[in-house]
Design a protein. Structure first.
Length: 445
């Protein structure tokens, strides 16, 4: 069977693929593997706002407590907030119940180790082998040895205090904040207001089913309109678990993670604070970002897609800033995972310091035309090796003749294959990408 863990934990349609029984077994196996060195382990659990979170949380808690571990339950909190609590409280591990930017029917479970980092493949494989086995390697606790649930009432305050300590006052900036009806809906507006930002909130009333629904970082159209209507300095769009950020400038132009990384990298370099004089990006980052960073004398390290791979490269190189075009930005000197609110504060601090419009800061990078198309498929692993698909990609790249590129990759979280084409001619790029998509769909039948 395919690997249970993807690039960002275990994901699937809640109550169909990601069932309560699977969540229970993940709770048991995860608690056992991550708590071997602790006689009575404690595990932090948080979630986003999707309706299935309650169901999966109950199952996870039951599984964790059944092997003798205590649960510190924090409720709804952004993923990076849970990573923070995992490394600052006396716990063995952390668990997040979220499917990030995915639609409401999906959910996911991902683990952090006691230092707040996502698990390496070897540890995930150990957890997975136990989940899929009939054997239970742990002793069954009874009586007072069964785990208990402890509610962490000040989780939001702890996370907000951490965020506020990363910047100074930001008075005089007016923003529109799109919370994606997700985990940022409660702490997001509060932390911005507490550092002096004038905040207009949209999509901040979660009802369990409206998370990421035509809003947030994957659908910033409402945000664009609101920024223009309110005359805001910029707009901030979170995703469901607030670990990524997409922004809109004062003109309503969408700026992705590449622009955010460039603006923050140049600001850090100007102060002599860009660690290793380097930024870590993925293969999806626009060639325009490469040109702008190289033009500023900044080194670039490139990884495959996935913030976990960005993290690994940051640790390997000693760099502190890296991320993805999708808006997962990691400031490793502050947190151990992508953090949308932290990124927003760092960007706002640059705007405050420079006293120029965001559009002017973004003009330091010229984005090359780029087309990204998705194909919903059944056999993404097989299709990535299909000779017909590879031949179609080769033809497209030969046409570009060194002036661009075609990148085909499977989604790590959904049954999709993504095709990205980059080069000088937008219309031709769309034709080339669509040709590859058509071949993928044909070969999937």
């Amino acid at each position: 069977m395919s690997r249970l863990f993807g690039t960002d934990g275990v994901r699937g349609v809640a109550n169909s693929q990601l069932t309560p029984s699977l969540a229970f077994r993940l709770g048991q196996a995860g608690a056992y593997v991550l708590s071997k060195e602790h006689p009575h382990p404690r595990i932090v659990i948080g979630k986003d706002t999707r309706i299935s979170g309650d169901m999966l949380e109950a199952s996870l808690i039951a599984g964790i407590c059944s092997v003798g571990a205590d649960v510190l339950r924090v409720g709804v909190l952004p993923t990076p907030g849970i990573a923070l609590l995992t490394r600052t409280l006396d716990v063995s591990a952390g668990v997040v119940i979220s499917a990030s930017h995915n639609p409401v029917q999906d959910n996911g479970i991902k683990f952090f180790d006691s230092t707040g980092y996502k698990l390496p493949d070897a540890i995930e494989d150990e957890i997975e082998s136990i989940v899929l086995s009939e054997d239970k390697p742990w002793l069954i606790p009874v009586g007072g040895e069964v785990g208990r649930v402890i509610h962490v009432d000040d989780a939001g305050r702890r996370y907000k205090d951490f965020l506020k300590n990363t910047v100074g006052r930001l008075d005089g900036i007016k923003v529109v904040l799109d919370c994606a009806n997700g985990a940022a809906s409660f702490v997001g507006p509060e932390v911005l207001q507490e550092v002096g930002v004038e905040v207009i909130c949209i999509c901040h009333t979660p009802d369990g089913v409206n998370i990421n629904a035509s809003c947030g970082s994957t659908h910033p159209e409402q945000l664009q309109q609101a920024v223009l209507e309110h005359g805001a300095d910029l707009g901030l769009a979170m995703d469901g678990d607030a670990d990524r950020l997409i922004v809109v400038d004062e003109r309503g132009t969408i700026l992705d993670g590449d622009f955010i990384m460039l603006i923050c990298a140049l600001a850090q370099k100007a102060k002599g604070k860009l660690a290793q004089n380097a930024v870590v990006v993925t293969v999806m980052s626009n060639l325009g970002l490469h040109l702008a960073l190289k033009g500023a004398g900044i080194k670039i390290y490139e990884t495959q897609v996935g913030d976990r791979y960005v993290m690994e490269e940051l640790i390997r190189t000693g760099a502190q800033l890296g991320g993805e075009q999708s808006g997962h930005i990691i400031f490793l000197n502050s947190n151990t995972t992508g953090d949308g609110l932290l990124t927003a504060l760092q960007l706002l601090a640059v705007v405050k310091e420079r006293q120029v419009p965001l559009s002017q800061l973004a003009s330091q990078m010229q984005r090359l035309p780029q087309v990204l198309l998705n194909a919903k498929v059944h056999h993404k692993d097989r299709l990535m090796k299909d000779e017909r698909v590879l031949a179609k990609v080769k033809v497209a790249e030969e046409y570009l003749n060194g002036t661009g590129r075609v990148l085909v990759r499977p989604s790590g979280t959904e049954s999709l294959i993504r095709v990205m084409a980059e080069g000088p001619d937008q219309q031709k790029l769309r034709e080339l990408a669509q040709g590859v998509i058509d071949m993928i769909i044909q070969c999937d039948e």
